[in-house]
Ligand binder design. Structure first.
Ligand code: UDP
Length: 338
C-alpha cells in the first residue's frame, strides 16, 4: 500500500492489458498513481482493462514494444517502467518460437535503451522457467540454471528470459541504471485465460463445462500457485524500494500442490461431474521431446527480507476467485446474447 507521504507516480506498464499488467494497473491506480499501459493486444485483452478506460489516471497506448520511437517517447513521460510485455506460456512458445525470441529479446532491449536514455527505474519480468531442469528445490536466485538442448523450442523461452536478466543486470552494472529483474512463478487469478495452456483456467473451464479434466503426465508434478494480487503487491514493492535494483527476485507462493490434487479440488469446488483423465505429454504438447518440471517451488527469502512480503492468499482463495470470475463471465456473455 502507498504510504500517505509517498508521491503519486506515473508507471509505464508494457503488457498493461495483460493478466498481470491489468491487475497491476488496478492496484496502482487505486493508490492515486498514473498508469500508461502499452499493449499490442497479441495476448492482452480489452476485457481486462475495459473498466479502466474512463479512469482519469489511465491511458492506453496500442503499440509494440519493439517500436523504439514510441517506447522512447512513453518512457520520457514516466517515472518508472514496468516491463511485463512478453510472449508467455509454453503453448505459445512451442507454436511461435521466432516471435517469442523477438518479443522477449528485442523488445526488452528496446525498453532498456529507453530507460537508460531517460534514466528511469525499470522492473523486468522474468520467469521461474529459467531454473529449467534444476532439481534443488526450493529454487533460489543464485542457483545454477539447467536448460535442455537448443533443438527443443521449449528452452527458447527460458533462454530468452535469461538474456533479459543478463541484459538488465549489465545495464545496472555498467551504466548504474536501477534495474530490477523478478522471476514470476506460477501465478493465477481472474482474467488469466486458458488459451495459452495455463492449468488453472483450463481446468476450471473444463470442470464448469462438465468436460474431461485433463491432467498431463501422471499428475504427480507439483507447483505452487500465487494469487496475482499478491504477485502485484511484490512487484509494486520492488518498484518503490530504493534498495531493490541490481538483484533478481523470486516472486511466488510456497504452498505446493500436485496437479492431480489440483484437478480433484477444482472438481469438488465447482461441483462438476467431469471425469479426471491423464493425458500423455506427447499428446498434450504435440512435441515428443517435451520435458515437464517435477517440482517448482521458490525460495522467497530475498523478497521477504527486503519488503517483508509473503503471499496472503491460499490456493483455495485463488480457486474460489477464479471459479466465481469464470461463472460471472459466462453469465455476462449469456445475458448479452439475449
Ligand atoms: N497441465 C495439466 N493440464 C492442462 C494444462 C497444464 O496437467 O490442461 C500441467 C502442466 O503439464 C504442468 C502444470 O499443469 O505440469 C502447470 O502448467 P502451466 O502451463 O500452467 O504452467 P508451467 O508450470 O508448465 O509453467
Amino acid at each position: 500500500m502507498q504510504r500517505p507521504d509517498e508521491q503519486a507516480r506515473t508507471y509505464l506498464v508494457t503488457g498493461g492489458a495483460g493478466f498481470v499488467g491489468s491487475h497491476f494497473a488496478d492496484v496502482l491506480l487505486a493508490e492515486g498513481n498514473r498508469i500508461v499501459a502499452l499493449d499490442d493486444f497479441s495476448t492482452g485483452r480489452m476485457d481486462n482493462i475495459d473498466h479502466l478506460l474512463d479512469h482519469p489516471g489511465f491511458e492506453l497506448v496500442h503499440g509494440d514494444i519493439t517500436d523504439a520511437d514510441l517506447v522512447d517517447e512513453l518512457a520520457s513521460g514516466a517515472d518508472v517502467l514496468i516491463h511485463l510485455a512478453a510472449s508467455v506460456g509454453v503453448k505459445l512458445i512451442l507454436e511461435q518460437p521466432v516471435r517469442t525470441l523477438e518479443n522477449n529479446v528485442v523488445g526488452t532491449e528496446t525498453v532498456l535503451k529507453a530507460a537508460r536514455r531517460h534514466e528511469k527505474k525499470i522492473l523486468l519480468a522474468s520467469t521461474s522457467e529459467v531454473y529449467g531442469k534444476g532439481r534443488r528445490v526450493p529454487f533460489s536466485e543464485e542457483d545454477d540454471v539447467v536448460l535442455g538442448a537448443t533443438s527443443e523450442s521449449r528452452w527458447a523461452y527460458a533462454a530468452s528470459k535469461m538474456m533479459d536478466e543478463f541484459y538488465g543486470l549489465a545495464y545496472h552494472q555498467e551504466y548504474g541504471l536501477p534495474v530490477v529483474p523478478f522471476r514470476l512463478f506460477n501465478t493465477a487469478g481472474p482474467r488469466q485465460t486458458g488459451h495459452y495452456g495455463m492449468v488453472i483456467p483450463r481446468l476450471v473451464n473444463q470442470a464448469l463445462d462438465d468436460e474431461r479434466i485433463t491432467v498431463y503426465g501422471d499428475g504427480t508434478q507439483r507447483r505452487c500457485f500465487c494469487d496475482v494480487a499478491d504477485a502485484v503487491r511484490a512487484i509494486a514493492g520492488l518498484a518503490k524500494h530504493p534498495d531493490a535494483p541490481g538483484k533478481v527476485y523470486n516472486v511466488g507462493s510456497t504452498e505446493e500442490v500436485s496437479i492431480r490434487e489440483l484437478a480433484e479440488r477444482i472438481k469438488i469446488m465447482t461441483g462438476s461431474s467431469s471425469e479426471i483423465v491423464l493425458v500423455p505429454y506427447s499428446k498434450a504438447y504435440q512435441d515428443p521431446g517435451y520435458e515437464d518440471m517435477e517440482r517448482r517451488k521458490p525460495d522467497t527469502r530475498r523478497v521477504n527480507s527486503l519488503l517483508g512480503w509473503s503471499p496472503e492468499n491460499t490456493l483455495d482463495d485463488i480457486l474460489n476467485r477464479v471459479i466465481s470470475y469464470v461463472r460471472e463471465q459466462r453469465a455476462g456473455a449469456t445475458a448479452s446474447r439475449r
